[in-house]
Design a protein around this ligand. Structure first.
Ligand SMILES: Cc1cc2nc3c(=O)[nH]c(=O)nc-3n(C[C@H](O)[C@H](O)[C@H](O)COP(=O)(O)OP(=O)(O)OC[C@H]3O[C@@H](n4cnc5c(N)ncnc54)[C@H](O)[C@@H]3O)c2cc1C
Length: 382
């Protein structure tokens, strides 16, 4: 497994900047191939906030490449169908989860801290050198290397730098200062993590309320609820105030969302995030030996529950291209962008389109078609 005109993987040094989905999965896959991987993250405690996350079929497929499907199934919750509710709690129908080509139909949910622990323990086992609480201060490229100075004063020279530092990426800003950042989408997302009532064994989506909402199961007891509300940029919510603010907005919901309204209290994790989206121009994902992976290149709204999935897929595709016999690192980076750009742009643009349709009160059947079409395209092989 050598790269023509490059060094062998074991002599090739990679710096991963940002240890979220994209960064950890890149570190895991590349270290398995024998690359020498260093990973840095700005957060000294390498935390992740306490929400649940929806791991749809395409994301599960990407995690299979990392050998993580079984552990996600064990520690999260796998479901095969979703109940569609009217906002007042009347069940409209049951819908099988979208098929993913080559896989059994399944979708999952898991608490983010549990998934983070699963990925970070694999990073540590892979003997990736992890340094926390630092960022890149300066970055200078030659034809075949990148030399960085970190905020702790240390320096290093690498054959490849992966910018996986998320939606507000500093690496993107350093390398592509001319590109604009993420743009607000006119909606915000409320989430609450709460133990579920007994007997729930399916995901739920509610229609007919002014705020689209749903529930994802995340483990034997855990679930989280999401709800989208219009956002004009003026709302800032302290997590502590969030409980009563969310409670007010749940007025009019029945079913298990109504149950959440009745049972939520200050002990529950509640969060509000204005939604933003970004797709880097195709010629601005790679410069020299710096490559963007994950939200730094393509941050999407949660409408298709696919942002993390696209980040994991990106890491898998990058490692597949880097491991192709006879392909140089530079050619692998070009091939990575060629395989990722249209797919990621579709996810980002579809999410934005669905958000706009929700704000315009598009009828549920039309909205369902819009989402179904996007999920069908997403289910194709990557
Ligand atoms: C409300 C909401 C709900 C969502 N729900 C879902 C869902 O259900 N399913 C789904 O698939 N996706 C969902 N997403 C999208 C998903 O969270 C993102 O797409 C995903 O986190 C992107 O992963 P990433 O690794 O690219 O970035 P991140 O997860 O943001 O990780 C970036 C990492 O880089 C670090 N970092 C930041 N700056 C620096 C720096 N300068 N130097 C070093 N390190 C740095 C951070 O500490 C962090 O660890 C949702 C997003 C939102 C906003």
């Amino acid at each position: 497994m050598t790269n023509l005109s490059d060094k062998k993987p074991e002599d090739t040094k990679v710096l991963v900047v940002g240890g979220g989905f994209a960064g950890m999965c890149s570190a895991i896959t590349l270290s398995k191939l024998g690359y020498q991987v260093d990973l840095i993250d700005l957060d000294p405690e390498w935390r992740v906030y306490g929400a649940g996350i929806t791991i749809n079929g395409t994301t599960l497929r990407a995690y299979r490449h990392l050998g993580m499907y079984e552990e996600i199934a064990e520690k999260g919750a796998i479901v095969r169908s979703t109940l569609l509710y009217r906002a007042d709690g009347v069940v409209l129908r049951e819908m099988a989860v979208a098929e993913t080509v080559g896989e059994e139909p399944a979708t999952a949910g898991i608490m983010r801290p549990i998934l983070h622990e699963m990925m970070s323990s694999r990073v540590r086992q892979a003997k990736v050198s992890v340094k926390l609480g630092v960022k890149v201060e300066t970055l200078v490229q030659s034809d075949t290397s990148v030399t960085v100075t970190l905020s702790d004063g240390s320096t290093g020279t690498y054959d490849l730098l992966i910018g996986s530092d998320g939606i507000g990426s500093d690496i993107r800003q350093m390398v592509f200062p001319e590109t604009t950042g993420a743009k607000p989408m006119g909606q915000g997302c409320w989430r609450i993590a709460i133990n579920r009532p007994e007997g729930m064994d399916k995901g739920e989506i509610y229609f007919g309320h002014k705020f689209p909402a749903g529930i994802t199961l995340c483990g034997p007891d855990a679930m989280y609820m999401w709800m989208l509300t219009p956002d004009d940029g003026s709302l800032w919510v302290d997590d502590k105030e969030g409980v009563s603010m969310l409670h007010d907005r749940l007025e009019g919901f029945g079913g298990n969302i109504g149950w959440i309204g009745d049972n939520m209290n200050e002990s529950h994790w509640v969060n509000y995030r204005p939604l933003e989206a970004l797709i880097q121009p195709k010629d601005s994902w790679v410069k020299g030996r710096v490559v963007l992976v994950g939200d730094s290149a393509h941050a999407t709204t949660p409408h298709l529950a696919s942002g993390a999935g696209m980040a994991v897929e990106g890491a898998v595709v990058l490692s597949q291209e880097l491991s192709k016999e006879g392909q140089s690192i530079d050619d692998a980076l070009t091939a990575y962008v060629d395989r990722r750009y249209d797919r990621c742009r579709d996810v980002v643009e579809s999410g934005v389109q669905i958000g706009k349709a929700q704000l315009a009160n598009m009828p549920p059947e039309e909205l369902g078609q819009l989402m179904g079409g996007a999920l069908h395209r997403l289910a194709q092989p990557f």
